[in-house]
Ligand binder design. Sequence first.
Ligand SMILES: Cc1ncc(COP(=O)(O)O)c(C=O)c1O
Length: 372
Amino acid sequence: MEGYFDYAATCPMDEDALEAYVHATRHYFANTKSLHDSGTKAHALLDQCRNTIADLLGIEREGVYFTSGGTESNELALDALLKAGKGRHIITTEAEHSSVRNLIQRCEEEGYKVTRVPLNEKGMVHVEDVARAIQEDTVLMAIQHVNSDIGTVQPIRELSNLCRAHGILFHSDCVQSFGKMALEEVAPYVDSLSVSSHKLYGPKGVGAVYIRPSLSFHPKTPGGTHEGGVRAGTVNTPGIAGFTVAAEKMVKERSRIESKIVQLKKTFLEAGEWRLVGDTADSSVPIIGLLLPEIEGQWAMLEGNRRDFHFSTGSACRTGSQGPPGTLLAMGCDAEEAKSFIRLSFSHEQTNEQVEKLALFLNELHKPTVAK
Ligand SMILES: Cc1ncc(COP(=O)(O)O)c(C=O)c1O
């Protein structure tokens, strides 16, 4: 779709991924736990996918569990780390995806202490703030890699050093970065991470969680036989096959994709005087957060929709919620000002012309010729 600028919410399926999905649905439909030949064949495909995803992430295959997506991956990871570690204090940010925020809030209600470190005006955590937040019984740090509202990239390596020095387990949500950035720079430094298929042109309802195999924990749903007992339920082999093909393609073509995104962002940024949220102008992350002058983001989104420009006012998971994105609140942005926030997210399949048209539309929103 010409005017679709909501790729951080979800992507259309890549043609090769779709083909792999359909092929696996036809020929690898058996239950991977069945002992007959059809089951063995499906299991072999699952094994092959696990090896590929592990290689793409630069992690041990034994720690990779397929899930229904980023949300479930985050929940399984946090649950596992809290069980594997010792302590009742958690460090996180208000800018995490709702699946992380909600679970940590539940932990708080159950008696865990939680420190939510702020983001600075660049949309980054200060490593010094995080260091100051560490307590004797800090068990877990949950800080995302790439932010889903504004696209900033957190300093995973430095945060990991802090965690290692203090015996804290570290989870990072990599849903917005897998396939778009080199995760070899992240995966070795965390104890768990989550990824999702539909954010990189794979099928929806599929994802993976990595939990460091040396950790010992009781699974969230005991008694399961699939996925090493960590995740119960028949495995979605066709979805996993589609996910693997999509991920492989994105990683293989990453440098081309990154330069295309940088170029599209440059085109957009040069086409107007924008108030960018966070320091993301030069990065290859395909997300831009903007504050529109004296225009409500919600109104801009509806007006855009009328003209076939589809973008959002933050993470799709917030749709229907009243407040501004947690990311902006974590940055100390005034709640009234945060109402003028919109998120644009790009695809390497887009053209400069498409981006120019969007910029023109947003520029014209300020002019009286557009009916408000
Ligand atoms: C950073 C982040 N984490 C997790 C998720 C959830 O992923 P899924 O839709 O696969 O459950 C999203 C989706 O918006 C996200 O942006």
